[in-house]
Design a protein around this ligand. Structure first.
Ligand code: BES
Ligand code: ZN
Length: 552
């Protein structure tokens, strides 16, 4: 039995949800989902506690009595407590979502590529599933699910499951609730292989399918390392630019930001990353958000292995060098407690744990183990780990216990419970080219820009801009880095592009540092507030919360 999850009110020890059946109508005019969730229980005790957040619960088992919704906590939402008559094995909850549901973004047609149809997508990780369905919203409580989605014609509904037929979905494998996902929009499909393909708005589809054409090879590379891909199809869905993350590993259907479509496949490590979650995260899952590094550290390590298999060691090391550089930059600002792998999230939003630490420090620890014991032995252990814990949710302690079965003397205390990087942390070095050229990849430009002096002047920025046209780059990573430098240097010719970028792109990784940098001076803060007034309505609730905290 996993540790109690401090981010869920649910009582799986008494009554545990095993299967969720959704029947939901999508109303774009009301910005709500409306319908019912039928939950199958095993065991079924005399009470059932579910997580909710801003849900309007109308009836439970056809009655408006026999249940209570508790007070709302700002992070956790509100518990829904249901009395169960003896022998009750299933519960029907009729409900509707709030237009402000933290796990949904409702986009107006103007915010899409095609500008003709609205768009809806969910983002359930970490604890937002509860804002669009009543569930035991803990990663330790795995469920299978089926769904019937009523979307307005001609829009297409997609979910993190097998599409049985239009609007009907089934996920036969038990997954944590944070992996239940839905998107509705003007979406078309292009196949890449018999089991892989890309969904996107029509005008984006061709470019996306070309960018992601290596996806089948990635699946094969991962299978060669860690065993068969168990989820049937592996498709990608390209979302509008307000998607708050780079990617989300929804089973069978990774959600991805359009900002990784660089035109030269230089950002496809994101696909390797989300695909890797099919083993680390979706098959073997963190039991609580304290164990988040088990998801992301393993995945970042596997991402490197997939990239190496497809594109060679040099490219993989170059990408890892960029990632470790980002870890070093972020670590300088983080309180010591958040530099541990297993972090204390008591009284906090688990989304706060999403720093580079679980990702890159976690991956470095696994690389340390690989180097210490040798690839052959470590790969075999890792493969056995996925088979051993398949379809289970585990804690950091269970990982350590299983590691000790093969490597009994390994002591990971310094990695797990101490801030910073331990002395045995591997150094990731890559010899970057120093003379820029048209053939440079995203990572080479990023490295080159990041090693410029902090105090670069506006005049020097102008020289760089004349030569390389950074202000007008279509590459989102390079643009974000350049705009950060433009703010620092007070380089005014980039300000219109800064505003345009922040108004169109809602990816938190870009939005957050740009607003933070602006907020450092009174004049910058005024500019930030003026931009934010225009940008905020188009942002996802998660990005809104992040920017609100910076600009409050
Ligand atoms: N699972 C994460 C996204 C996530 C984490 C969402 C925590 C909500 C809470 C996903 O796999 C991820 O790590 N995405 C990264 C991209 C990746 C290439 C590092 C992102 O979105 O930046
Ligand atoms: Zn991830």
């Amino acid at each position: 039995m996993p540790l109690p999850d401090i981010h869920s009110y649910s009582n799986p020890g008494v009554s545990r949800v095993r299967h969720v059946e959704l029947d939901l109508a999508v109303s774009f005019s009301g910005k709500k989902l409306r319908g019912a969730a039928t939950l199958s229980l095993e065991p079924a005790g005399r009470t059932l506690v579910l997580d909710t957040r801003d849900l309007a619960i109308q009836r439970v088992n056809g009655s408006s009595a026999g249940f209570t919704v508790g007070p709302r906590d700002q992070f956790l939402g509100a518990p829904l407590t249901i009395d169960l008559p003896a022998g009750t094995r299933s519960v029907l909850v009729e409900y509707e979502t709030s237009p402000r549901a933290s796990g949904l973004q409702w986009l107006a047609a103007a915010q899409t590529a095609g500008k003709r149809h609205p768009f809806l997508f969910s983002q359930s990780e970490a604890i937002h599933a509860r804002s669009w369905m009543p569930v035991q919203d803990s990663p330790g409580v795995r469920v299978t699910y089926s769904a019937r989605i009523h979307a307005p014609v001609p829009l297409k509904a997609l979910m993190s499951a097998r599409m049985v037929r239009d609007g009907h979905f089934h996920q036969p494998f038990p997954i944590p609730p944070y992996l239940i996902a839905l998107a509705v929009g003007d979406l078309e499909f292009q196949a890449v292989s018999s089991r892989c393909g890309v969904w996107a708005e029509p005008s984006v589809l061709q470019g996306a399918a070309r960018e992601f054409e290596d996806v089948e090879k990635m699946v094969q590379a991962a299978e060669a390392l860690y065993g068969p891909y168990r989820w049937g199809r592996y498709d990608l869905l390209v979302l509008p630019p307000s998607f708050p993350f780079g990617g989300m590993e929804n089973p069978c259907l990774t959600f991805a930001t359009p900002t990784v479509i660089a035109g030269d496949k230089s950002l496809v490590s994101l696909v390797a990353h989300e695909l890797a979650h099919s083993w680390s995260g979706n098959l073997v899952t963190n039991a609580t958000w304290r164990d988040f590094w088990l998801n992301e550290g393993f995945t970042t390590y596997i991402e490197r292995r997939i990239q190496e298999a497809l594109y060679g060691r040099a490219r993989s090391e170059m990408e890892f060098a960029i990632e470790t550089g980002e870890l070093a930059i972020e670590m300088k600002e983080l309180p010591p407690g958040d530099q541990k792998l297993a972090i204390d999230l008591k009284g906090r939003d688990p989304d706060d744990g999403m720093t580079q630490v679980p990702y890159v420090k976690g991956a470095l620890m696994l690389r340390m183990l690989e180097q210490k014991y040798g690839r052959a032995k470590f790969d075999a252990w890792l493969r056995s780990y996925f088979d051993h814990f398949a379809f289970q949710s585990i804690t950091t302690g269970q990982f350590v216990g299983y590691l000790h079965e093969t490597f009994p003397d390994e002591n990971l205390q310094a990695w797990l419970d101490q801030p910073g990087l331990p002395p045995d942390a591997p150094k990731v070095t890559y010899d970057f080219e120093t003379t820029p050229g048209k053939s440079w990849s995203t990572q080479e430009w990023l490295h080159w820009l990041r090693q410029m002096p902090e105090k670069i002047s506006a005049a020097q920025m102008a020289v760089l801009d004349r030569e390389w046209n950074f202000t007008d780059t279509g590459n989102s990573e390079v643009a974000a880095q350049w705009l950060l430098m433009a703010i620092r240097a007070g380089y005014q010719p980039a300000y219109p592009r800064l505003e345009q970028f922040l108004v169109t792109v809602g990816r938190r990784k870009f939005v957050k540092p740009l607003f933070e940098e602006l907020a450092r001076t009174p004049e910058g803060k005024a500019r930030a507030l003026a931009i934010y007034r225009k940008a905020r309505p188009g942002y996802h609730p998660i990005t809104q919360a992040t920017a609100d905290a910076i600009l409050k």
